[in-house]
Ligand binder design. Sequence first.
Ligand SMILES: [Zn+2]
Length: 269
Amino acid sequence: MNVHRPRIEDNEWLIDMHTHLGFVSNPDELAKDYNMHHIAGLCATVTPQEYRGLIPKLAGHTNICLGLGAHPWWIHDDRISDDDLKYMLDDIENVQYIAEIGLDFSNKFSDIKGRDRQIYWFKKICQTISQCIANTHTPYILSIHSVKATDEVLSILEEYDLPSRAICIFHWFSGTHDELMRATAFGCYFSINNKMLQSKRAKSYLRTIPSDRIFLETDMPEENQYWNGALERERLVETCNMLYDLTDEHLPSITARKHAELLDLEISL
Ligand SMILES: [Zn+2]
């Protein structure tokens, strides 16, 4: 532990770039509790239906931005239908936050048909975002899931010229060092959580990623897990402290305002 580590005050805002409010039964109560604990952020969704269901529940919670998402696990095994994915493409022009999307080629998702489906729809989503940027100049923010597929993800992002025209954030980056170099050179961002920093390799990545490309995240709660603002804050503070020990940078004071502005959050910092 670094003895000079600054204390994070209870009223200091922390911005979580990847949280799953839709995984609890009372997302609106949780959003309120986050606010009481000075937590704001980007709520990722795993299906377009989840996104639509959360719109009324999170409306009015100025500390939370809602992301439109189609998670690769749910695409892989057809839990999201083609029709729903088509509706999602139509929704893209009306939103700014896309969370979460991506590819997962880990062993659990090895069958070729499922992987092809993941690639097909990830490409379609990226292509649509690209067209929308050209038409509307929306400053899109993307939270990207990538497991054992980072080269493929980067190639698709590059094909549609997204890293230079949108904020492309790798959430919980688990790629190789070469892939990290490639993502960094493309101008991608990274959201970091405490579990990621338990890996020696991920810790070493902190020396490569420029500090202005780092966001905090929890990726919490998990499905049907009990969660509240206090647990969320504890998790974020732990990650901040781990980051400080690794980089000597006190992330909240440097970045909270910038990240809140980026998300267009109406919170008074
Ligand atoms: Zn997630």
